[in-house]
Design a binder for this molecule. Sequence first.
Ligand SMILES: Nc1ncnc2c1ncn2[C@@H]1O[C@H](COP(=O)(O)OP(=O)(O)OP(=O)(O)O)[C@@H](O)[C@H]1O
Ligand SMILES: [Mg+2]
Length: 236
Amino acid sequence: MLELHNVRVYHGPIEAVHGLSVSVSEGQCVVLLGPNGAGKTSTLSAIAGVASSRGQITFNGHDLEGLSIEERQRLGIALAPEGRRIFSNLSVRENLLIGAATRTDRPGVASDIDYWFSTFPVLHERSDQAAGTLSGGEQQMLTIARALMSKPRILLLDEPSLGLAPLICKQIFALIDSLKAQGMTILLVEQNVRDALQLADYGYMLNSGNLMSEGDRETLSRQGASMSTLTGINHT
Ligand SMILES: Nc1ncnc2c1ncn2[C@@H]1O[C@H](COP(=O)(O)OP(=O)(O)OP(=O)(O)O)[C@@H](O)[C@H]1O
Ligand SMILES: [Mg+2]
């Protein structure tokens, strides 16, 4: 479904990812692991069209080269960015509507808002409240719900558990698990290796813009101890 072939990602003159190949099949949850600065966000940004890249990225047979962020969204790519980047001064409902900006089916958008409000009752209760007043966990739920409002075929999730209390992390991982059970294809970035590997069908371990290893859950779990010594990241 999504194929990255020898992808290099650039921030101005800086090459953040040095030739990465990644494959995500329909219905899979694939995880990108690695310490700070490994190039995880850069990789998602290149797929979403936010960062410039070289190499080949194809999605459902479409070469994404030269396509804008919106064109990629229309093809079914949605990014839930790291750091809960919601529009703080807009209401919860307005944030969700922004997620649906590329859609033309108004009745569908309205019923999807109802659907996400029933999935996240706490967002429903706060639908007219400024999104900036939500708690960290609520903002993360809004970030994910907003990405899902575009009705994506693949969801790119950047560190959804970062900075959240353990109980809220659990809720977020349960949500990802239920999205997966509904057949959503997910490319997940996480530093929380243990929880991420419980969800993931396959994973890639990056460090300093290079691929260190890849494999299925069992292989990466087995390598967990050596990975943490190598990179200093916590895998417990
Ligand atoms: N906008 C930018 N301008 C310049 N350099 C950048 C920019 N964004 C990222 N970089 C650099 O690219 C490299 C990879 O960063 P990236 O954000 O992809 O890492 P990451 O794996 O997501 O890390 P983290 O876990 O801290 O989020 C880093 O060296 C970083 O300093
Ligand atoms: Mg990042």
